[in-house]
Design a protein around this ligand. Sequence first.
Ligand code: ADP
Length: 163
Amino acid sequence: MTIALYPGSFDPGTNGHIDIAIRAAALFDKLFVAVYDTPSKQLLFNTKERVDLFEKAVAHIPNIKVIPYTGLTVDFARKVGAKVIVRGLRMSSDFEREFEMALMNKKVAPDIEVVCLMANLEFQFLSSSLLKEVGSLGGVISTLVPKHIEEALRKKFSSTRKQ
Ligand code: ADP
């Protein structure tokens, strides 16, 4: 049985992330979507919200489990028995960083392989940060995230506007 881990900030998960998770779940016996607790970026959603939002988006895929984690990704991969770390690669922005990270992971955990799936053409331009920027300014985001994530974003933006 091959277990894979798809780690990220997922603040929030987008259709691009969800597409990668569903495609990875078709390749491996079990996929853990691992939501990183304390990324070095400023977050809009807390960890529980990020987990719940992603969970709802992939609830129809039985071999995906969404869980929070903290600490080194490779340590967490070992903890859940994952031999593979999945990442998504967008054409322009991701290669260098992912390559660097994969080499570092290989150094500290030679037993774990990093598998990169190419982002769907439709979602190449899509990032959580751009999504939040467009959403906060009232732009149309309904083709970029599932309905429940769009609603969660709208709610967050209206409550931050009121503050
Ligand atoms: P991180 O903070 O670890 O980069 P993200 O939540 O931004 O976390 O992304 C998690 C993974 O998903 C990364 O491998 C990233 O390259 C990938 N990813 C981000 N956006 C997309 C997208 N639109 N399509 C496919 N993969 C994506």
